[in-house]
Design a protein around this ligand. Structure first.
Ligand code: GLV
Ligand code: MG
Length: 346
């Protein structure tokens, strides 16, 4: 374990100092782009105006014979596009793959100054983060990159879930984590072929009552892992995200999965299809009614202490903090999205 004094020192001479606080950034959806496809790359300038984060995907879903083309395509689209306040991320190949070293070295050398976050798949423990952390510091120093590139881990192996707290606290470069339900299901030998979402057979039955048909209630397969991830992230001041929802035809189920994650503490999710962009925007922006009520709480308790009744509900120091979470998020949304700002009255 490093001494606290050493934790925030750059890992290479000439590398930028690690952030002590994460930059404030709205990241309701991380929009995945397959950069080996020219048709998809051409849409990026438009997409960048609609989403909070554009991610060039180099890992799973990119065919093996297109890995180099995806890396080159990502570098090309990063150079050609003005992303404004929209984040630019990439998901590199996993650390035991033949492509990852070139992914990191080429991308950082060519567009490292524009890249905000590297998403690292299949993270098993803090050692994976330490490897990338050190390599990034060396490359940042070599290419005189002025701000640290952050690391976002995908939580998608049983070992990673077991080590989630060590991963969250592995480096000041940690930005956050996403649940990877497809790989995680495989790693745990869960019996589902779905990418996220529920399963009709994962349910509890109401008690038997004579011959009355028994109701069955579907449960959330991901509740435990999301909860564990949210606690590890919140305890370390980094951000938790729900990951992919693979059934593009079921918008309602996607919205419900995203909303469960939002209510549990996640700040965003992946959008793999354009229809999921609006869902994420809707879900991960706080509800205007909730914001109005939260504002009432803050106004009624200007110093955040004591107890008051609002609309018949008891408020105290703790609900003041809950209200502040919602209002702080609403202000960040309003700064990016004037229409939502109007709906919030901010
Ligand atoms: C995402 O990468 C997943 O495996 O679900
Ligand atoms: Mg995966």
């Amino acid at each position: 374990m490093k001494l606290p004094r050493q934790f925030f020192k750059p890992l290479a001479i000439g590398a930028p100092a690690p952030y002590r606080e994460l930059p404030v950034q709205l990241e309701r959806m991380i929009h995945f782009v397959p950069p080996h496809l020219e048709k998809m790359r051409n849409k990026v300038p438009d997409i960048a105006k609609q989403v909070d984060v554009v991610l060039g995907n180099l890992e799973d879903a990119i065919p093996s014979d297109a890995k180099e083309a995806a890396r080159r395509g990502f570098i090309e689209m990063a150079k050609a596009t003005d992303f404004g306040s929209t984040g630019l991320w990439t998901r590199i190949n996993c650390l035991n793959s033949p492509w990852v070293l070139d992914d990191i070295v080429e991308i950082v050398s060519e567009i490292g100054g524009k890249l905000d976050v590297i998403m690292l798949p299949k993270v098993e423990g803090a050692w994976d983060v330490h490897y990338l952390d050190q390599l990034l510091a060396q490359l940042e120093a070599k290419h005189a990159i002025g701000k640290p590139i952050l690391i976002h881990a995908i939580l998608e192996t049983a070992e990673g879930v077991k080590n989630v707290e060590e991963i969250a606290s592995a480096s000041p470069r940690m930005h956050g984590m996403s649940l990877g339900p497809a790989d995680l299901a495989a790693s745990r030998a869960m019996k589902t072929t779905r990418v996220g979402g529920g399963h009709p057979d994962y349910k509890v039955l109401a008690d038997a009552d004579g011959d009355t048909p028994r109701a069955g209630y579907q449960q959330d397969l991901w509740h435990y892992t999301v909860g564990k991830m949210v606690d590890a992230c919140a305890a370390n001041g980094i951000k938790p995200f729900y990951g992919p929802f693979g059934d593009f035809s079921d918008l309602a189920a996607c919205e419900s999965q995203f909303r469960n994650a939002f209510l549990q503490g996640c700040v965003g999710a992946w959008s793999l299809h354009p229809t999921q962009i609006d869902i994420a925007k809707r879900v991960f922006s706080p509800d205007p009614g909730e914001v109005a009520f939260a504002l009432k709480i803050l106004e009624a308790m200007p110093d955040g202490a004591g107890a008051v009744m609002i609309d018949g509900k008891m408020q105290d120091d703790a609900t003041w903090k809950q209200a502040k979470v919602i209002v702080d998020l609403a202000r960040i949304v309003a700064a990016k999205d004037p229409e939502m700002g109007k709906a919030y009255g901010l």
